[in-house]
Write a protein that binds this ligand. Structure first.
Ligand code: IPM
Ligand code: MN
Length: 399
């Protein structure tokens, strides 16, 4: 990505950024609670990383929706601080995120990023250099990767189900598992090995997060039962048997939520044939990567799927899909994943009404035909028009 490719909403902020000096974190922590701007709005400091490929277009569409939601619902304002990050930046500078940007992300109340990565930009070990998971997921210790899978009205879904019947959350462990090997695997010219690490602490905290999420939901669509499914390969891998044991221990702290187990291969089938059964699922990092794309496929494609990487101190939000460089800059990508990502961030920031308005605007746009998803999951009329349609709907819904 070249800065010319950044959409207008981000670009003017990126240019303006050096004028704004961020208060030190300690100061921010004291004053951020109840901090208001001159119009009396609650203020949240948010870093935006548009990313590579289709990222800038998606981000711009989501920010168009944000403008509408801010105006329509009132009461809050996001102060946006745009930073570059990803493969194009790595190619230019040798770092996929600058030290200054990492500090900004740490100091912010939350971060929203677009997809990153370009297939040809690689580290010497052959892995993708633009991916920010190492620096952000591990670096910020955002241990729960929260991936809601919801069937939306009007989505061309390959499974037979009605909206409301598929509504579950995959909680993917985000700091260890097989991804521990990121940047560290052992390699010779003859062999390569990665290590899958499961720790008690890492498992306890992500399983607790899954149960807490279940407590805030209304249970599985099939039976209304609050349920957390532990997905593993405890029949084969000792690390996974350990994950299951720790799950069972934590589950005892939540007698009001049903805990259950499912092997990962069986889970892959069950998510396709009886998705209504699921409420919250928790699993190791690599399994969560695969099963969340599978879940996305069942509801019409990962172009509709948002996520949040949420720790105890920090959080950042992003679509679960990649940067699709083949269609970048063509106004063809579906911004729904990014708009729903924005909604997740608004929830995290405590702006639940605005989050709900954003989600309803997406659903109503799809229901009314203001937004239609066409071939290859691409929005009819283009990315920008899709963002504008959702933004208009948000204004109408509120008005
Ligand atoms: C995801 C992505 C990343 C991952 C890639 C881009 C490294 O697929 O967020 O699911 O594997 O975690
Ligand atoms: Mn993935």
């Amino acid at each position: 990505m070249d800065t010319d490719e950044i959409g207008p909403r981000c670009l003017h902020r990126l240019r303006a950024r050096p004028l704004y000096t961020r208060p030190a974190r300690a100061v921010r922590l004291i004053y951020s609670v109840g901090m208001a701007d001159l119009t009396g709005n609650r203020e949240h400091n948010v870093v935006i990383i548009p990313g590579d490929g289709i990222g800038p277009e998606l981000t711009d569409a989501a920010l168009a929706v944000l403008e509408a939601v801010e105006e329509a619902s009132g009461g809050f304002h996001l102060r946006l601080d745009v930073h570059r990050g990803g493969a194009a930046l790595y190619r230019e500078t040798g770092a996929n995120l600058s030290a200054e940007s990492i500090a900004a992300v740490r100091a912010a109340d939350a971060t929203m990023k677009g997809p990153v990565g370009l297939p040809e930009v690689r580290f010497p070990d052959g892995t993708e250099a633009g991916v920010l998971g190492g620096v952000l997921r591990t670096g910020l210790d955002v241990y729960a990767n929260v991936r809601p899978i919801r069937l939306l009205p009007g989505a061309e879904a390959p499974i037979k189900a009605e909206p409301g019947e598929v509504d579950y959350v995959i909680v993917r462990e985000n700091t260890e598992g097989l991804y521990l090997s990121r940047g560290k695997g052992v390699q010779t010219s003859e062999a390569a090995a990665d290590t899958l690490l499961i720790t008690r602490k890492g498992t306890e905290r992500v399983v607790r997060r899954a149960f807490e999420i279940a407590r805030q939901r209304n249970g599985a669509p099939a039976d209304g039962v609050r349920r957390v499914t532990c997905v593993d390969k405890a029949n084969v891998l000792p690390s996974m048997a350990f994950f299951r044991r720790v799950f069972d221990e934590v589950a005892e702290e939540y007698p009001d939520v049903q805990g259950e187990h499912l092997y990962a291969d069986a889970a892959a089938q069950a998510l396709v044939v009886r998705p209504q059964h699921f409420d919250v699922l928790v699993m190791e990092n690599f399994l969560g990567d695969i099963l969340s794309d599978l879940g996305g496929g069942t509801i019409g494609g990962i172009g509709l799927c948002p996520s949040g990487n949420i720790g105890d101190e920090h959080a950042y939000f992003e679509p679960i899909h990649g940067s699709a460089p083949d269609i970048a800059g063509q106004d063809r990508a579906n911004p729904v994943s990014q708009v729903l990502t924005l909604a997740m961030m608004l929830d995290y920031l405590g702006e639940g009404a605005a989050a709900e308005l954003t989600r309803r605007a997406v659903e109503e746009s799809l229901k009314s035909g203001a937004l239609t998803i066409g071939d290859y999951g691409q929005p009819v009329g283009g990315t920008r028009a899709a963002g504008e349609a959702i933004a208009r709907t948000a204004r109408t819904l509120h008005g």
